[in-house]
Design a protein around this ligand. Structure first.
Ligand code: ATP
Ligand code: MG
Length: 389
């Protein structure tokens, strides 16, 4: 009996111990897992901390390579003679690079496209403006067709005759006379991409990057060909007044040089055309209009009476005009008004009618509007002058 009994207890003890051990083993594996996770978190945090301790790298441009060293240009225009880090065998001048802050050693090359994306800064569109929406500029339209449209549409014609069409044109004239819509209309008629850059923006927004920006814009134009590069306010880049004193002026000069280089690099019969635009032809650097560059100059003046008639008709096409309006009188009153002002007159006349609860525009609405547009402009002109004391 006794033996039997003791046997019984020892079995249950064994079981008990096994169960207990099993429990601990389970516990231990959970703890081990937990430990592992904590360890991972610690290493991650350590890495993060390290990153915070790292000094930032500078972005610079390689100007020239000299064996083991390079001449580096920082964004502010300063140049340094520096060492090149290991493994950067394929470094070229013109590359964008990351450099150490203290000794400016080149650490890494960054692809140009990564420094900024031109697509983000430049408007590329396919305009839909028709020739019929441009009034009073028949002579200018013909010339643009000859220089821009024909070479894009029939390059073989020029090859046969053996002449090179101009690479681009320069439109000049007072504000609001239709230069931009002319350029857009030719882009539309040739189904080209219209790439618009504004000279003053290029100079002010992309300090230190202007030249590179120009390079990339022309690159993009070639990729998206047929395309028209429209440079508004080209005088901001190509002005004779710049007298290379400050670094800002040097920067403008560099951007301008890059522009000339790009224009020179073009084949005249390629499918990229350049249209420059300015209100200030008088201050333009003649380098930009030299033969082989934007050498076709087209003046876009204020409209004459025939032009006024056409522009007025274009902008009142969808308006309900009273039959009794003496159109001749209205046209005469619009003398010296630009296309943009004529458009503004039409809009204002519409407002006068709305205020009087009419849907039909009367002669007096138009005459009032004509006065208002000039008056508002004069007021703004005065404000403008007052701003400068
Ligand atoms: N000849 C024109 N025919 C029809 N509309 C015109 C004409 N000229 C100007 N306009 C109207 O005026 C608006 C402004 O014209 P546009 O932008 O082409 O002027 P611009 O000459 O480029 O002026 P800026 O020199 O100020 O850039 C156009 O959207 C158009 O509606
Ligand atoms: Mg314009």
């Amino acid at each position: 009996m006794k033996i039997k009994n003791s046997k019984k207890t020892s079995v249950s003890d064994e079981e008990l111990v096994r169960n207990l051990m099993g429990g601990y083993a389970e516990n231990a594996s959970v703890l081990e897992q937990e430990n592992q996770i904590l360890k991972q978190t610690v290493t991650q945090l350590k890495r993060e901390l390290e990153r915070f301790h790292q000094p930032p790298l500078l972005v610079a441009e390689v100007k020239e390579i000299m064996d083991e060293n390079a001449i580096l240009r920082l964004n502010n225009g300063n140049e340094f003679f520096v060492g090149i880090g290991k493994g950067l065998n394929e470094l070229k001048s013109g590359d964008s690079v990351l450099v150490e802050q203290k000794n400016l050693t080149i650490v890494k090359v960054i692809p140009v496209a990564k420094t900024f994306n031109v697509d983000k800064f430049v408007i590329v569109e396919k305009p839909k403006i028709k020739w019929s929406e441009v009034g009073g500029l028949d002579h200018q339209i013909n010339e643009i067709k000859e220089v821009v449209e024909l070479p894009l549409k029939k390059p073989e014609l020029f090859k046969k005759i053996g002449i090179h069409p101009p690479k681009g044109i320069l439109l000049y004239g007072p504000p609001g006379t239709g230069k931009t819509i002319l350029a857009k209309a030719v882009a539309a008629s040739t189904d080209s991409n219209f790439i618009e850059i504004v000279g003053s923006e290029l100079v002010q927004k992309f300090i230190g990057e202007g030249a590179k920006m120009i390079k990339e814009i022309f690159q993009m134009a070639r990729e998206k060909a047929p395309s028209i590069i429209f440079i508004d306010e080209i005088d901001a880049l190509a002005s004779t007044r710049i007298d290379i004193g400050t670094s800002g002026e040097r920067e403008v000069q560099r951007t301008f040089m890059q522009l000339l280089a790009e224009i020179d690099g073009f084949k005249p019969l390629g499918d990229v055309k350049i249209i420059g635009c300015t209100n200030r032809k008088d201050i333009l650097d003649p380098a930009v209009t030299r033969p082989g560059r934007l050498d076709r100059l087209i003046e876009v003046p204020l409209p004459n009476i025939e032009g006024i008639k056409q522009i007025f008709a274009i902008h009142t096409k969808n308006m309900t005009l009273d039959k009794r309006i003496n159109l001749d009188k209205v046209h005469k009153n619009l003398d010296e008004y630009s296309g943009a002002e004529i458009k503004a007159v039409c809009t204002e006349a519409g407002y006068f009618a709305i205020r009087a609860n009419r849907t039909r525009i009367l002669e007096k609405d138009l005459l009032e509007a004509i006065k208002k547009v000039k008056r508002d402009e004069n007021l703004e002109g005065d404000d403008y002058l007052r701003m400068f004391g």
